[in-house]
Design a protein around this ligand. Structure first.
Ligand SMILES: Cc1ncc(COP(=O)(O)O)c(C=O)c1O
Ligand SMILES: N[C@@H](CCOP(=O)(O)O)C(=O)O
Length: 460
């Protein structure tokens, strides 16, 4: 399998090079040159596979430059760190199926991909004898999951930028209490969008990227998206009993990575009726789907801070398909966006968008009410991101078989849960005592040069 760029200006590369490249060197995002299609017979054979084996079956369709036995070992090892034997179990509550993606070491869906990516980096660096400096941006969850994926690993340093004071207190401590010598936390005086822009600028500075061997842990890295495709298949098997059964997936969305993984699963032939894109008040993607209005606003702080994002990086991957795989149209669209802060689409394009996606924006009050009502009716505690997806499902998908992606453990957002239910959620063992641990973190302005100099100074 070869990988191409949404901007069309790189020679196709293999999977290993795609993982190491992160952001494509022409500023675009990497995509497989085609989607493997899974026929009914194969789908039926996969139904009874445990998570690790299913992951190997799905992922190996996209990887032909790592020996199968090595890939299998990497996958198996990655999921040993999960606290649930099913890795991503599905539980039925109140008429919806909740796909619990928070049983990894940092209690968010990011662990599913970042445990694997950390092991892939280690494997590829050993093979090449090279070193890597990871630079990533986080609105709260990617950061700790990436840090836990590579902490203490040889030949890797990791620099994580988060918006200062805008994550939940637990999210910040999950990052800053990791004192391993290869971990550097940077709290940026700005928003997640500022952090993501700085990271992209550093990757687009090709001499800097080359000199410091930059590695990407954000969902700009194709391996992130790929690992997330697996749980759409896994969940679909858990909630259906026949090949034809179409399912709606409700996905709390910020950077469009998780829902794009669902789109990949659909393109591979998984019977997904609709991808329901649920946003908080940062609703640029909802406006796009429902009104054709993709125009940048300002970031609003919400009780679901990991989704406080305006410019969703993976949206570019979807646009590539919406524009019939035309890199020229992608480039044109991004130039228009850079110049005007908006993108425009034809009526025919929007009609096609709505065949695959529906969307709902959920405000603060609705999010808290959903946590409270769900808790009252079922005793189950939703985290605020998951609550956004559940509310969207209740309003837009009644009568369908719906899987709501539970993207984080409620204990990470104890303040919001307490506001909604009157009680703080019980702390899982892995978070006990975290408030007393010492921390290390540098506070910096949202200034590319300052951060670039810091990375250069501390890089391997
Ligand atoms: C808990 C949680 N839910 C949902 C999202 C949104 O996912 P995505 O950015 O892949 O759209 C994030 C951040 O990525 C998150 O951390
Ligand atoms: N919500 C994310 C934002 C970064 O998204 P990514 O999937 O591109 O890494 C976070 O928690 O950091």
């Amino acid at each position: 399998m070869k990988y191409i760029s949404t901007r069309g200006n790189i020679a196709p590369v293999g999977f290993k090079d795609a993982v190491m490249m992160g952001l494509a060197t022409d500023g675009g995002l990497l995509l497989p040159e085609r989607f493997p299609v899974i026929d009914d017979g194969t789908l039926s054979a996969w139904r009874s596979l445990p998570y690790r084996e299913l992951a190997f079956q799905v992922i190996s369709r996209f990887v032909d430059d790592i020996p199968a036995a090595d890939l299998k070992n990497l996958i198996d090892k990655s999921y040993d760190s999960f606290a649930h034997e099913e890795i991503t179990p599905v539980v039925a509550k109140n008429g919806v199926h909740i796909l619990e993606l928070f049983h990894g070491p940092t209690l968010a869906f990011k662990d599913v991909a970042l445990q694997l990516l950390g092991n892939l980096f280690e494997y590829l660096l050993k093979e090449s004898g090279r070193k890597m400096n990871i630079v990533g941006a986080t609105s709260g969850d990617t950061g700790s999951a990436a840090i836990y994926g590579v902490r203490g690993k040889e030949n890797i340093n990791i620099f994580i930028l988060h918006p200062y004071g805008k994550t939940s207190p637990i999210q910040a401590r999950q990052m800053t209490t990791v004192l391993d010598a290869n971990v550097f936390n940077i709290a940026v005086n700005g928003t997640f969008d500022d952090c993501q822009n700085i990271v992209k600028d550093l990757f687009n500075d090709l001499p800097f990227k080359e000199q410091y061997a930059l590695g990407a842990v954000n969902s700009i890295n194709w391996a992130r998206v790929l690992a997330q495709v697996v749980y759409y298949f896994y969940a679909w098997f858990r909630v259906t009993d026949s090949q034809e059964s179409p399912v709606v997936f409700s996905v709390p969305t910020g950077n469009f990575g998780d829902i794009f993984a669902g789109y990949v699963a659909k393109r591979m032939g998984l019977p997904i009726a609709k991808l329901l894109l649920a946003t908080n008040e940062n609703n640029i993607l909802t406006r796009f789907i429902n009104d054709g209005d993709y125009s940048k606003g300002s970031v609003v702080q919400t009780v679901s801070p990991s989704m406080d994002i305006q410019v969703a990086s993976n949206f570019e991957r979807y646009l590539y398909y919406l524009f019939d795989e035309s890199p020229a149209r992608v480039r044109e669209c991004f130039s228009q966006f850079a110049a005007t802060g908006r993108m425009t689409f034809t009526a025919e394009e929007l009609e096609r968008v709505r065949k695959d996606f529906a969307s709902r924006s959920v405000n603060e009050e609705e999010t808290l009410e959903t946590i409270a009502a769900f808790h009252l009716e079922t005793s189950y505690i939703l985290d605020p991101h998951t609550a956004v997806g559940v509310k969207a499902a209740q309003d837009c998908a009644a009568g369908s078989t719906v899987v709501c992606l539970a993207t984080a453990h409620p204990a990470k957002f104890a303040e919001a849960v307490e506001k909604a239910t009157g009680n703080r959620p019980p702390l899982p063992g892995s978070l006990e005592g975290i408030e007393q641990l010492p921390t290390r973190c540098e506070v910096m302005p949202a200034d590319r040069a300052t951060i670039q100099n810091y990375v250069a100074e501390k890089a391997l």
